[in-house]
Design a protein around this ligand. Structure first.
Ligand code: NAD
Ligand code: UDX
Length: 458
């Protein structure tokens, strides 16, 4: 088959690299309108940092994996077209701040309608509101083009930072199709792709609507676990219970399970917030306000957790951080990714800047330009003078030197093995550490002389 994937982002790139690696007889071309991104996929510095991704791309690229800006040409030759474009929260008009913005999806559908040929299978890989396949079908049908088609839903469950492992050994692959002979045949063609490496019993087939809705539901459930444990972390801080101990105690109950119980400064990433907001909007749309309110509370709790972290930091630093140097360790929304979308670090830094602190930020994978863009500030003013309230440090020890406090905002492994004695020696005293990820050995740091605040522990 000729497989085309529209959208060379965090999902399209890694997913298609894995399909190309496992299915050498298929030709996989990933297309994007973003020329810089495609150039990066064709270079030695990929636009997405993901452990293990470089090796897979190196093996398959040029063999049966291609990255191109020729969107129309690739669609015209494709038998199977994955749509993997972004579906961010709408920022304008009806549903602003909640509904998913489907303009990129619609553009893809219209482009497919204009140029596709033969018998094609269109696969929704992007995360979409339930019943989007209906709109895609109507656009494809309405064009009277020279092709027949089936629309499948095949949501992606990979998490960033572990994408290659998740793709290589998924808990399940979900394929939703129309329950007609043609729909079942199309679903089988996609099952056959995954069956190259995924055990057949882990490939679930459902109707299209269940598949679309399952993706939003999975993210809502995962985020709800994080918000639930974060809610308990606030109570722990008030009562001298330790949230790490509570999480271990409840996680060993096999009905609850140990995963996604790590209390933190708040969840980030491009998916959780947007997908829950999307679910909330759908519930409101279908006249279910109680259901909408129930899920919205997961976001409310997450916002509370982020602002609570800053309030606690300011309170501990004698109620002012004005003109103080705060070292921020980690800016990505989680470890092992260069992605900063909805990273709690953005909100924490903005609040600290609002309090007139100077933030010195160190992250091993995030580029300085990305950090300035996320914080809505320029690196230099009109006269070329450097921004002196946001300093991006290449060296973690320089970030901490003469700081009043260090805040850990991403759980990068390297932060656990820093020379904390050296950091302490070079900081102002009292030296404070705010461990927003509960990754450090608080007792060892206290022995050095630090004053340590974790999340949900005193
Ligand atoms: P992304 O922003 O990294 O990539 C999307 C790409 O699509 C961009 O490079 C953009 O230029 C391109 N694009 C947009 N419109 C286009 C068009 N008309 N033609 C060609 N290219 C076009 O987004 P992402 O993180 O890869 O997410 C994609 C989808 O997958 C979203 O719906 C998201 O919810 C879902 N998803 C994401 C993750 C994740 O961890 N990031 C996991 C599962 C599902
Ligand atoms: C999520 C889903 O896990 C994935 O299945 C889906 O396909 C896309 O959305 P992702 O956002 O990449 O993946 O990362 P995830 O591991 O889910 O973490 C999301 C956020 O929650 C991160 O900020 C992470 O630090 C935080 N988190 C996660 C916690 O604070 N505590 C936890 O126990 C787990």
């Amino acid at each position: 088959m000729n497989i085309c994937c529209i959208g060379a982002g965090y999902v399209g790139g890694p997913t298609m690299a894995m399909i190309a690696l496992k299915c050498p007889e298929h030709r996989v071309t990933v297309v994007d309108i973003n020329e810089k991104r495609i150039a990066a996929w064709n270079s030695d510095e990929l636009p997405v940092y993901e452990p293990g991704l470089d090796d897979v791309v190196r093996e398959a690229r040029g063999r049966n994996l291609f990255f191109s800006t020729d969107v129309n040409g690739t669609i015209a030759e494709a038998d199977m077209i994955f749509i993997s474009v972004n579906t961010p929260t709408k920022t304008y008009g009806v549903g602003a701040g909640r509904a998913a913005d489907l303009k990129f999806i619609e553009k893809c559908a219209r482009q497919i309608a204009d140029v596709a040929k033969g018998n094609i299978i269109v696969v929704e890989k992007s995360t979409l509101p339930v019943r989007t396949a209906e709109s895609v079908r109507r656009i494809l049908e309405g064009c009277g083009g020279e092709f027949t088609f089936q629309v499948l839903s095949n949501p992606e469950f990979l998490a960033e930072g572990t994408a290659m492992e998740d793709l290589n050994e998924p808990d399940r692959v979900l394929i939703g199709g129309e329950q007609t002979p043609e729909g079942e045949e199309a679903a089988q063609a996609l099952v056959d792709v995954y069956a190259h490496w995924v055990p057949r019993e882990r490939i679930l087939t459902t109707n299209v609507w269940s598949s679309e809705l399952s993706k939003l539901t999975a993210n809502a459930f995962l985020a709800q676990r994080v918000s639930s444990i974060n809610a308990i972390s606030a109570l722990c801080e008030a009562t001298e219970a330790d949230v790490e101990e509570v999480a271990r105690a409840i996680g060993t109950d096999s009905r609850i399970g140990p995963k996604f119980l790590k209390s933190s400064v708040g969840f980030g990433g491009s998916c959780f917030q947007k997908d829950i907001l999307n679910l909330v909007y759908l519930c409101q749309h279908f006249g279910l306000p109680e259901v909408a309110d129930y899920w919205e509370q997961v976001i409310v709790m997450n916002d509370y957790q982020k602002s609570r972290f800053v309030r606690r930091l300011v309170r501990t630093l004698f109620n002012t951080v004005s003109d103080k140097k705060i070292a921020i360790l980690g800016f990505a929304f989680k470890k092992d990714t260069n992605d900063t979308r909805e990273s709690p670090a953005i909100y924490v830094c903005r609040d600290l800047l609002e309090e007139q602190a100077n933030v010195h930020i160190y992250d091993p994978k995030v580029k300085p330009a990305q950090i300035f863009a996320d914080l809505g500030q320029a690196a230099t003013d009109a006269d070329g003078k450097a921004n002196d309230s946001i300093i991006i440090e290449e060296d973690v020890y320089a970030a901490c030197k003469d700081a009043h406090a260090v805040a850990i905002l991403t759980e990068w492994d390297q932060f656990k093995t820093l020379d904390w004695q050296r950091i302490y020696d070079n900081m102002l005293k009292p030296a404070f550490v705010f461990d927003g990820r509960n990754i450090l050995d608080a007792a060892a740091l206290r022995k050095i002389g630090f004053e340590v605040s974790g999340i949900g522990r005193v």
